[in-house]
Design a protein around this ligand. Structure first.
Ligand SMILES: Cc1cc2nc3c(=O)[nH]c(=O)nc-3n(C[C@H](O)[C@H](O)[C@H](O)COP(=O)(O)O)c2cc1C
Length: 267
């Protein structure tokens, strides 16, 4: 799919170099270039991987329609909750929701994700302290005044009690690349969108089983949280999700969603 033969590889590399040169900020590319290409090309998973028949469940049109309605209704009830009950969640539930996220599609089946599930109180407290310290700087110095203003309806502040209250924190790390068994670098194509899809599936699984989450992206916390959790440098923190049950006093902003006509264009 990516490099069928050397000629194609050459032309796609030349185009990739022009289109996807690294930015001044050193942002990694989704595509390889010459330096990444070894002399002998061997797929990262065996070329002779067998193809087996795909046998989906057969459902009638009525059943498909009914399920589409039910799933929409379930997902429309999902809300970001910022106040959690401390009630623990069974380990098997956490295993199953992460397992579900791991069924996500990914570029060339690279599965570029690591889900760190923190239930240990001391570690949650350490995470909270790092995030609050950084968020204090974010709110006062790093974020634009417009950004801080746009957050006002959500009543978010640098204080994050949910990070120590929620029974579990799931930290979603994106692997920018990995290593093959022969020690060579394994490219992770489209790792950003792959992890975003997996995170969406994770949120859907959390909603389906009746729990809630807070989708958060702690600004400037990547290296400190990565070190705290002893993660390697090829992993970047993308999301921090407190997961659990809502606090009995939890409230959510009364927002509306764009109607179908605004988000879907039929061609
Ligand atoms: C990528 C992303 C980052 C977010 N970051 C934060 C965050 O750092 N803190 C927070 O309280 N909410 C955060 N949110 C939650 C949004 O504010 C929330 O999804 C939005 O207001 C819509 O509300 P709903 O999730 O209840 O539908 C984030 C959501 C997304 C998708």
């Amino acid at each position: 799919m990516f490099h069928k033969n050397r000629m194609e590889a050459h032309y796609s590399r030349t185009a990739a170099k022009k289109k996807f040169a690294p930015t001044a900020g050193g942002r990694e590319r989704d595509y390889p270039n010459d330096e990444d290409d070894p002399d002998i090309l061997v797929p990262a998973i065996p070329e002779n991987t067998p193809h087996i028949p795909y046998r989906p469940l057969q459902r009638s049109d009525e059943e498909v329609l009914q399920r589409s309605r039910e799933y929409y209704e379930l997902m429309a009830k999902r809300r970001t909750v910022r106040s959690f009950s401390t009630e623990p969640i069974p380990q098997e539930v956490l295993n199953n929701i992460v397992r579900t996220a791991g069924t996500s599609p990914s570029g060339a089946h690279t599965e570029p994700w690591t889900f760190i599930v923190v239930q240990d109180q001391e570690t949650k407290t350490a995470i909270r302290s790092i995030v609050e310290e950084e968020e204090d700087l974010n709110y006062t110095k790093r974020m634009s005044r417009q950004w801080v203003t746009d957050l006002k309806p959500f009543a978010t502040t640098a204080t994050k009690p949910y990070l120590s209250d929620a029974p579990a924190l799931i930290l979603v790390f994106r692997q920018t690349h990995s290593w093959r068994e022969d020690g060579r670098k394994r490219m992770h194509y489209y790792s950003e969108i792959s992890v975003a899809i997996a995170a969406g599936i994770l949120l859907a699984a959390i909603q389906y089983c009746g729990l809630v989450a807070l989708t958060s992206t702690p600004l400037n916390c990547n290296s400190r949280l990565r070190d705290l959790l002893s993660r390697p440098v090829n992993e970047r923190l993308e999301l921090l999700l407190p997961v659990g049950r809502p606090h009995s006093d939890a409230t959510v902003p009364d927002i509306t969603r764009k109607p179908l006509e605004e988000i879907m264009i039929k061609v």
